[in-house]
Design a protein around this ligand. Sequence first.
Ligand code: FAD
Length: 526
Amino acid sequence: MRLSFNNIIISLGKDQDNEIIKEMEKRGIKKNNIKSIIWNKRSIDSRKKFDIKLIYNLEVELKKRIDITSLKNVSLIKDVEKIARKPIFSINKEVAIIGSGPAGLFAALRLAEYGFIPIIFERGEEIDKRDITTENFIRNSLLNPNSNIQFGEGGAGTYSDGKLNTRIKSEYMDKVFETLVECGAPSNILWDYKPHVGTDILKIVVKNLREKIKLLGGKFFFNHKLENIHIKNGKIFGITITNLTGTTEFHNFNSVILAIGHSARDTYKMLHKNGVEMESKAFAIGTRIEHFRCDIDRMQYGKFADNELLGSATYNVTYNNRAEERGVFSFCMCPGGIIVNASSELNTSLVNGMSYSQRNGKFSNSAIVVGIKENDFGDHLFSGMEFQEKLERKTYELVEGYGALYQGVLDFMKDKKTTHEIESSYEMKKTSYNLNNFFPEIVVNNMKSAFEYWSKNPIFISKNVNLIAPETRTSAPVRIIRDINGMSVNVQGLYPIGEGAGYAGGIISAAVDGVKIVDLAFTKIN
Ligand code: FAD
C-alpha cells in the first residue's frame, strides 16, 4: 500500500529523517509498518532567515494495509495505467534528426525505442572535441562557428548550469528525468524542487545518452550541417548536408525532425527561403548581473548561509512595467557559476551563464532581461533576430575582439561609465562601457526602473555588483509553425521541435517536446 503525504514542514536545524518519522506517527502511521519512504519533492522556505524550513512531499510504502479513512492529510496512491502506443509502420524507418541538443537527443531515443532508426546530423563536434574547441575559444579567441557554446553534441545546454526546473507540466517529465538519472545524473534531481546537474555531469549524461541511442540502432554524424531541404508537392523528400571537408551530400528522407536550437540563424534563413512557414515571436534581452556568491547566500539564507543541505542560494526577481505591459526579470540564475562568451558567429559577442555541479565558484550570476515584443524593432520576420545580431556585432567592435562590456550596477543607474577594473568570473576581454549608450531606450529605461525597485535590497543592488553584457539569446526570436501533431503546417514530413522551433524554453521542456512529438507523429495508441 502506498500513501502520499504533502507539505511536511521541518526546520533546517533538526534531524530531518527523525522528524519525518515523528510526523508520520503524528499522522497515524506506525514506524514499524513503514517499508520505505521516497521524497517526491523537497523545497526550501527561506522567507524567515532565522528559521529556514524544508518542505517535503513524500510517498510512503507500508508493509501492511491500514484503513486511512480516519487519517488526516493522507491520500492513497493508485497505479495509473500508462497508455500503450505502437509505431506507425507505414512511415519509413529511417528518420533524420537535425541537431543533438536535448530536443534532438530525446526524440532520437524515443524513436529508437519504438524501432525506428534515428540518423542524427549535428553541425558541431562530439563532446570531447567540442570541449577542446570551446577552451581554445576562451583562451585564444579562435571561434569555430559550427562548434562552440551553442553548437555541438548536447546542444546549448551542455555548457550550462544544468538547471532542470521548468514551468511546463507534462506526462513525459518522468521519462526525461529517469533517463537523465540512468545516464549519470544524480538521483536527487528526481525530488529536488530546483534540480540541477552542472556542466561537468551534463557532459557525462550526453555521452551516455548517445551510447544508449546507438545501442538501439541510432546513428550519429558530427560535423555534419544541414545546408538545404528539398520539397516537392508540399512534401519533404531529402536534405543536403555539408560535412567537415566541405563536401555536400544529398540524403533521401521523408521524415526530418528539426531540432536546431535558437542560434542557427543561417538555418532559419534557409528554411524561410524554402517557404517553411514561420512567424516572429517575443523574446528578451539584457545583461548578466554578477554578485559574490557569499553575498547572495547571505541575502537568501542569513546565518544558515553555509548549511550543506541548502547549497548555493538561487533567487528570482521580477519587475512589471504595467504602462508598457513589459516585464523585467532574472533568468537562468547560476549560483556559484561563471559568465561565458556564448558566441556562435564570427565577429560577434554575447554572454550567458553556466556552472559546475558543486556550484561552489566565487560568484553567482543571472541574466536580467527585458521583454521584447514581436514588432518592437521592425515588422518583418527576422527583425528581432537582426536586432540581436546588431547588438552582438556592436559588442565585438567596442571590445575590439571577442569579449564583453561591463559596468557597475550603481554606475549604470547613474548613467556613468565605470572607471575601475572589476573582479568577475568572466575570463575573456572585458571593456568598460556605459550600457545606457549601448542598449535601446526601451531596454535602458526598463532595466533602470527595475534596479531602482530592487534597490530596496541593499545586498542585491550595491557597489560590488556588476553588469556584464549583452545577454541576447534567451530564446528563439521566431517560431516555425506546426500542427497539433508537430508537423510543419506547410511542409509534410518536417517536424520542428524544441527551443529553436519556438516550442520550448530550457533543457527539460526541449527534451519533453522531443519525446512528445515522436509519440504524436510517429506512433498511435495501441
Ligand atoms: P539546442 O540545445 O540549442 O540544440 C540545437 C542543436 O542543433 C545544436 O547542437 C546545434 O549545433 C544543432 N544545429 C543547429 N543548426 C544545425 C544545422 N543546420 N545542422 C546540424 N545541426 C544543427 N536551459 C536550462 O533549462 N537550464 C540551464 O541551466 C540553462 N543554461 C544555459 C546556459 C547556456 C550557456 C546556454 C547557451 C543555454 C542554457 N540553457 C539552459 C538553455 C538550454 O540550453 C536550451 O533551452 C536547450 O538546450 C534547447 O534545446 P534544443 O535541443 O531545442 O536546442
